[in-house]
Write a protein that binds this ligand. Sequence first.
Ligand code: NAP
Length: 324
Amino acid sequence: MSLSFAYDLLMYILARIYEFIWCRDKPIPLKCLVGKTAIVTGGNAGIGLATATVLASRGCRVILADCQNGESSRDQIIASTDNKNIVYKHLDLSSLQSVRNFAANICKTEEKIDILINNAGIGLTKRLVSVDGLNYLMQVNIFGAFLLTHLLLEPMKKAKQAKVIFVSSVLANFHSLRAEKLNITDFEMDDEHQILLYSNSKACCILAAQEFGKKLEKYGITANSIDPVGVRTQIFKPLGDYNNWLMKSFLMVGLQLAAQDVLDVANCFLNVAIRNEPATNGKNYVLSHIGRKPTILMDRKLCQDLWSKMEDLVELKPEEKIVS
Ligand SMILES: NC(=O)c1ccc[n+]([C@@H]2O[C@H](COP(=O)([O-])OP(=O)(O)OC[C@H]3O[C@@H](n4cnc5c(N)ncnc54)[C@H](OP(=O)(O)O)[C@@H]3O)[C@@H](O)[C@H]2O)c1
């Protein structure tokens, strides 16, 4: 166990104890969201579906961006909220072309985007390489969202105070992030690599929120990440095939102890997504409270290197890059 990992883990545990003892749940602003438009990636299941439902219940126009089953989720949200302003659009984050097609359609059809919730993600997967030749898990969990956020900049600028959210995880503290190892595809995908990749992807989500937060502030756009702690969703299904019993037990016991109600978590997403305080930018929230980030993200050079590497991996055109 490396020293920085042990330090991150200890700090995380202390922060959680502090929050448990001292922090009361923050009241959620009673804002009406009629006239606002939100995109929720991975909106057809789990935390994404709950978040889309909570946004819809405030009158928000919600675009469910997912690769399948969007119509039935859309109908379910309309039935439970009476908000008919819900649409489903196809988005497959494992394909750069699909992200480009989705973003082009949004730029053509939507006047503005007020809230972008980069929620979609996968847990463990044996799939190694995407159609673009990138690491599959990294592409679904972060590269796709990184590209999407760039491509939606114009409609977000039009919203004046747009909000971007990335979804992080406590497992971000287990990362082994290096710029040169951001997109590794030449290895045997065993259990250890799956967890490591997931941890790296979630650390990158925190990094993306931090860096987008800095770069987009001048447009009045804020970006934050949120760790939902633990919710029993389909994301844990592949754990059944996982052979590392120590890590498997850790995750299962952790989930058992920390499991949150999915609607409570969705309300925490809403809470961060509709706050307007300037302090709510570039942070990593644990539910509704500002949490800590992996120490490595204080290294400016590393953050810049990771950012440039991601720009290259998702093949951003020079004019699509955000100038600081
Ligand atoms: N649950 C937890 O305890 C927990 C803890 C920490 C962080 N998280 C994070 O929370 C987020 C939501 O997870 P969840 O627990 O709600 O999992 P989930 O129930 O499995 O939902 C994930 C969603 O992402 C979608 N998705 C998967 N691959 C996609 C792709 N290539 N393109 C577009 N959408 C895709 C899924 O669509 P399909 O249904 O069509 O596959 C699904 O709608 C993830 O980023 C996850 O890493 C969850």
